[in-house]
Design a protein around this ligand. Sequence first.
Ligand code: MN
Length: 447
Amino acid sequence: MSLRTFLQECRAKGEVLEVHEPLSPRYEIAAIVKALDGGPLLAFTNVEGHPGFTVISNLCNRDRLLRALGASDVADAYRRLLSAAERPSEPVVRSSGPEAEEVVMERPDLAKLPILTHYEGDAGPYITSAVISARSSDGRVENVSVHRLLVLGRDRMAIRLVPRHLYRLWQEAREEGRDLPVAISIGVHPAVILASTTPVPFGVSEFSVANTLLNGRLELVECENGARAPAHAEIIMEAVIKADEMAPEGPLVDITGTHDVVRQQPVVRVQRILMRERPYYHAILPAGVEHRLLMGFPREAEIWRAVSKVVPRVLAVNLTVGGCGWLHAVVAIEKNVDGDAKNAIMAAFAAHPSLKHVVVVDPDIDVYDPEQVEWAIATRFQADKDLVVVRNVRGSSLDPSADQATGLTTKLGLDATVPLGRDRKAFQRAGIPISERVEALLRRLRA
Ligand code: MN
């Protein structure tokens, strides 16, 4: 399963907006992606200085993500993702080379790629859709994850490595006195990106999660340096994360829409770049809907599962756009007893440690509509009874308001559900009956 098959499906549905006007990769493309955030899939065919490349962005909004997973609704998508994480399956490894063998740059030059500079104040051009895979020296452990990469020179980049799985493989390589070989893939099927942002234990390859998600249709190739990449990727970079070379990384706007601080981070040296002819380069706008969704969706699934264990039914979970797709959740539940909503709050915090504020609502509230959520808080919430405050807990390193030295934060949960003892009618939004002729008239007035 490739990016190209997915693009074809989106084209057939009329969801692709092609932009043929000349645009610079410095700010101009990012400005358009931001202005049309969450809308059509954008394809920029005329990137100044980069003939032959098509930059695509906004590959995923919620609807397209569900389609990429072959899911009928959001609960089905959560179920598929969670079950893929529990039942990973080893992908087929192709003996012949990848599609990206069509153009091979033996002397890599990153300036040849249409890498975007996004925001004012960013340190430079950043690759934002890189699926990076590495293996332990005995080949037993593989990890696949998405990392931002700052271009430093012709074949050098700085990589942001939070102390998770790839970091651990890099540390192990350093202890063995060697650089860590990696494959950096750009332009893959959205299910591959989503699998690589799904939390699975160290030792489980996210490629195997992606393979289950794609019903066993992921194909891999082994690169010359031993790392593996999806055979259908548009661009594959063979590279190493240097054992002993560090560089300043940042500032860059991350998921919160604010600039992340500058840190000393490892340097990546690119050995070879393989590309398809007329490749698609996938650019994810930092803090855009696509970024928040690809990062947040697997966490929504975790919250959905955890809350489902403590209340009779979870109807929907939304890591909201305003909450950076990461820090705020709205959860709609059915409850048996009044304490259920508070248990739902605690389960949500446990399922997603970065979560900071959570609102629990009744099934009649649309979790995707911020106005309805605020209305539920306005009419169904009493702060002295319905508020949960948890002090001094670990939160997200991305939240600028958290204690920057300790990472500690305060979490807040709001039970905005109707108390069970009360007459529900008093809490219902009143409607107005709509006759057939009013409906017809309204259609005309709105057209
Ligand atoms: Mn991992």
